[in-house]
Design a binder for this molecule. Structure first.
Ligand code: FPP
Length: 238
């Protein structure tokens, strides 16, 4: 069982286009998939589920679509809070949040605050998130600590860098899922996915539901994760 599953939820627009619907209708359907995948992940005992809801690059979409996605995020906060409380789900938001409209940020922050002590599962929403920007932010933070004499350059190591990323404290994703056929990481969790198993499916996000999620989990269960070591080494140690 993967502890942490990360998902690039792609294909809402194409799903809608293929059905003569608007892109917004695709995103709305995508919100239903979010609910189903969150519930399934919780049922099977995934500890952390990270969802790429909005990338830094998505700001360059037409303003009407950006506005609609922001509205969907606000609605998500309103409709899912009671479920999160019922099921013990903690929400955490990562990304360049200063770019968000203040009312969206305040809704997200208030769900984070309300769910802070829930401990069954953590849902991480990556909003206005970019992997490179995350690494740049960590580099800046470490540079400031060196400047202020709190840290020596030699003390910068992988765990300190990881601890300066927005995902500090979370395990790295074991499994990264991308829906809708593209074979790219698209600036998602670049540092964190160094050893993740990568699962690509042609299924568009609005059609990615419980069965499709479980299929990805089963696929993961058959992987031989070696982290660069020779076959069998991990088994010998275990
Ligand atoms: C990719 O589809 C999806 C997004 C840019 C946004 C993801 C948003 C949702 C799944 C709905 C809302 C989510 C929450 C958490 C409230 P695309 O538009 O890039 O599809 P395309 O590549 O087919 O155009």
């Amino acid at each position: 069982m993967p502890r942490h599953v990360a998902v690039i939820m792609d294909g809402n627009g194409r799903w809608a286009g293929a059905r003569g619907l608007s892109r917004l209708q695709g995103h709305r359907k995508g919100k239903d998939s979010v609910r189903e995948v969150v519930e399934t992940a919780r049922e099977i005992g995934v500890e952390v589920l990270t969802l790429f809801a909005f990338s830094t690059e998505n700001w360059s979409r037409p303003p009407s679509e950006v506005k609609a996605l922001m509205k969907l995020l606000r609605r998500y906060c309103r409709t899912e809070l009671s479920r999160m409380m019922r099921y013990g789900i903690r929400l955490k938001v990562v990304g360049n949040l200063r770019r968000l409209p203040p009312e969206v940020l305040s809704d997200l922050r208030s769900v984070e605050a309300e769910t802070r002590d829930n401990d069954r599962m953590t849902v991480v929403l990556a909003v206005s998130y970019g992997g490179r920007q995350d690494i740049v932010g960590a580099a800046r933070q470490l540079a400031r600590q060196v400047r202020d004499g709190e840290l020596k350059p030699e003390q910068i190591n992988e765990s300190r860098l990881a601890g300066s990323l927005m995902t500090a404290g979370l395990p790295d994703p074991d499994l990264l899922i991308r829906t809708s056929g593209e074979l790219r990481i698209s600036n998602f969790l670049l540092w964190q996915c160094a050893y993740s198993e990568l699962y690509f499916t042609d299924v568009a996000w609005p059609d990615f539901r419980r069965d499709q999620f479980l299929e990805a989990i089963n696929w993961y269960a058959q992987r031989d994760r070696r982290f660069g070591r020779a076959t069998g080494e991990l088994a010998v140690e275990a």
